[in-house]
Design a protein around this ligand. Structure first.
Ligand SMILES: NC(=O)c1ccc[n+]([C@@H]2O[C@H](COP(=O)([O-])OP(=O)(O)OC[C@H]3O[C@@H](n4cnc5c(N)ncnc54)[C@H](OP(=O)(O)O)[C@@H]3O)[C@@H](O)[C@H]2O)c1
Length: 257
C-alpha cells in the first residue's frame, strides 16, 4: 500500500472545533490538504474567515461555522451546517480548549467551571453528537480528542486543565470501547508544549526554560502533529480505538538530567 492511499481522506467530511487558531487551524489545513472537506468551528468569525480563505486558496474545501462549544443548540447547528454543505460528518476533531495559570488555592469557581466545561464537558457532548450522527448514517467514523501531556503529569497552576485533560484520556478509552463495534473509532492525541495563543506569553517568558526537559530539544512546531492526526483519522489507523498518542518530543518519559 502506498502512503498516499493509506492516508487519503478524499470524500470525507471533517469538523474541527477550535479551528480559528493554533493546533486546530493546522489540523483543518492538513485534513483539507489530504482530501477532506472541513467545517471550521470557533467563536471568532474574522479568524474563521481567514482560515477558510487560506484553505480554499490552497485548493481545499472549507466552511466557517461560528459557534461556542459550550452551547448545545449551536453544536447541533454546526453539525447541520456542515452536513448541508458537504454531507455527513465522519471525522470530528475535538480540539477547542482554554487554559488557566491560577494556583489551586486561588482558583475561583467560575474559572474552574470555564475550564472543565470547555475542556471536558464539551469534548464529551460534541463526541456524543458526532458519534450519534455517524452511527445513524452507518458511516465509518473517526473522532480525535485533543488531550495533553498534562492529562498524565502535572505542573503548578494547571489543576483544572490537567484534571480535564486526564478526563479526556479516560473518556477516550470509554468511548473507544463503546463505539468501535459501531464503526466509530475514538482516539486522542496528547501534545507536549507547542507555542500557540494558549501559552505564548508563558512559553516565551517564564516558561522558556521548559525546553531543557524536552529530549528532542525544542518545543513542538507546525507539522509535528500532522502524522498522528492522519494516522488516527484515516484507514492507516483502522485498528486503533480508545488510545492516546503522545507527541511531546520525549518530554513525558524523560526524568530530569
Ligand atoms: N499548545 C499546546 O502546547 C497544547 C498542548 C497540549 C494540548 N493542547 C490543546 O490543544 C487544543 C488547541 O489549543 P491551541 O494550543 O491551539 O490554543 P489556541 O490557539 O488558543 O486555540 C484554542 C482554540 O479553541 C477555541 N475555543 C476556545 N473556547 C471555545 C469555545 N467556548 N467555543 C468554541 N471554540 C473555542 C478558540 O477559538 P475562539 O476563541 O475563536 O472561539 C481557538 O480556536 C486545546 O484543547 C489545548 O488544550 C495545546
Amino acid at each position: 500500500m502506498k502512503a498516499a492511499e493509506l492516508f487519503d481522506l478524499k470524500g470525507r467530511v471533517a469538523l474541527v472545533t477550535g479551528a480559528s487558531s493554533g493546533l486546530g487551524l493546522r489540523f483543518a489545513e492538513v485534513l483539507a490538504a489530504n482530501g477532506a472537506s472541513v467545517a471550521l468551528v470557533a467563536r471568532r468569525a474574522d479568524k474563521l474567515k481567514a482560515a477558510r480563505e487560506k484553505i480554499e486558496s490552497a485548493g481545499g474545501k472549507a466552511l466557517a461555522v461560528e459557534a461556542d462549544v459550550l452551547d448545545r443548540a449551536q453544536m447541533v447547528g454546526a453539525f447541520e451546517q456542515a452536513e448541508r454543505a458537504f454531507g455527513p460528518v465522519t471525522i470530528l476533531i475535538n480540539n477547542a480548549g482554554v487554559a488557566h495559570s491560577t494556583r489551586a488555592v486561588d482558583l475561583a469557581a467560575g474559572e474552574w467551571n470555564r475550564v472543565i466545561r470547555t475542556n471536558l464537558d464539551a469534548v464529551f457532548f460534541w463526541a456524543q453528537e458526532g458519534a450519534r450522527r455517524m452511527i445513524e448514517v452507518k458511516a465509518k467514523g473517526a473522532i480525535v480528542n485533543i488531550a495533553s501531556v498534562l492529562g498524565f503529569g502535572v505542573s503548578k497552576g494547571t489543576v483544572a486543565y490537567a484534571t480535564a485533560k486526564a478526563g479526556v484520556v479516560q473518556m477516550t478509552k470509554a468511548l473507544g470501547n463503546e463505539l468501535a463495534s459501531k464503526g466509530v473509532r475514538v482516539n486522542a492525541i496528547a501534545p507536549g508544549w507547542f507555542v500557540t495563543d494558549i501559552n505564548r506569553d508563558y512559553l516565551t517568558g517564564a516558561g522558556a526554560g521548559l525546553v531543557r526537559d524536552i529530549p528532542v530539544g525544542r518545543f513542538g512546531r507546525d507539522g509535528d502533529l500532522d502524522g498522528a492526526l492522519l494516522l488516527l483519522v484515516s484507514d492507516a489507523g483502522a485498528y486503533m480505538a480508545g488510545t492516546t498518542v503522545v507527541v511531546d518530543g520525549g518530554q513525558m518519559v524523560a526524568l530530569r538530567g
